[in-house]
Design a protein around this ligand. Structure first.
Ligand SMILES: CC(C)(COP(=O)(O)OP(=O)(O)OC[C@H]1O[C@@H](n2cnc3c(N)ncnc32)[C@H](O)[C@@H]1OP(=O)(O)O)[C@@H](O)C(=O)NCCC(=O)NCCS
Length: 157
């Protein structure tokens, strides 16, 4: 099932409040909260970091409302997925997958060689989403629940 008239676009400063609220809400899930802590410390620090590079944040807009986003932090030829959140009411419609596919497309177009993501078990749905979009598990960091994924962008599509 998909949402008709869903638009994927770059973030603008006007999205900051919505994106900050979505990151806050995602922290209701302990595993997502640990990802935020690991990457940025706090939800508001993560939002600040997203808006330092808004061109690397893609927003899913439905009927004029920002219902999801994905962000990435570029380090030379590498992109690290920062946050990837869809509002609860809109999950299961392919929005999260569409955002990830668009990020892969843009990263490739910008000449990045690799996209990375760190996830935690038991975020089974998120892990499956990444695995089905050409991300491979590269490291299971001991037994503490962290999984590092990467997607090579310099090979065939
Ligand atoms: C992870 C997340 C972004 C996925 O967004 P979404 O819009 O629900 O994702 P999609 O609808 O594209 O579905 C993704 C996959 O989950 C499956 N799925 C959807 N609804 C499901 C459900 N209720 N139960 C199980 N699987 C489901 C889909 O079939 C799809 O599988 P596929 O890749 O094999 O086709 C969303 O769940 C979320 O915001 N989670 C909280 C934050 C988080 O954990 N982010 C990831 C780490 S940063």
């Amino acid at each position: 099932m998909s949402l008709p008239s869903l638009v994927l676009r770059s973030a603008t400063p006007d999205d900051r409040v919505c994106i900050g609220a979505a990151i806050d809400a995602a922290c209701g899930c302990p595993e997502a909260c640990l990802i935020v802590q690991r990457l940025s410390g706090t939800p508001s620090a993560m939002t600040d970091r997203v808006f330092r590079f808004p061109e690397w944040c893609i927003v899913a807009s439905y009927r004029g409302r920002a219902i999801g986003h994905i962000s990435c932090w570029q380090d030379e030829m590498l992109g690290l997925i920062g946050s990837h959140v869809v509002l609860k009411a809109y999950r299961g419609f392919g929005v999260g997958a569409g955002l990830l596919e668009e990020m892969i497309r843009r990263a490739r177009a910008e000449g990045l060689r690799l996209l990375e993501a760190v996830l935690r078990t038991p975020l089974t749905r998120a892990c499956r989403l990444y695995e089905r979009r050409r991300f491979h598990e590269t490291a299971l960091e001991s037994d503490d629940g962290w999984i590092r994924y990467e997607c090579r962008l310099d090979g065939p599509t």
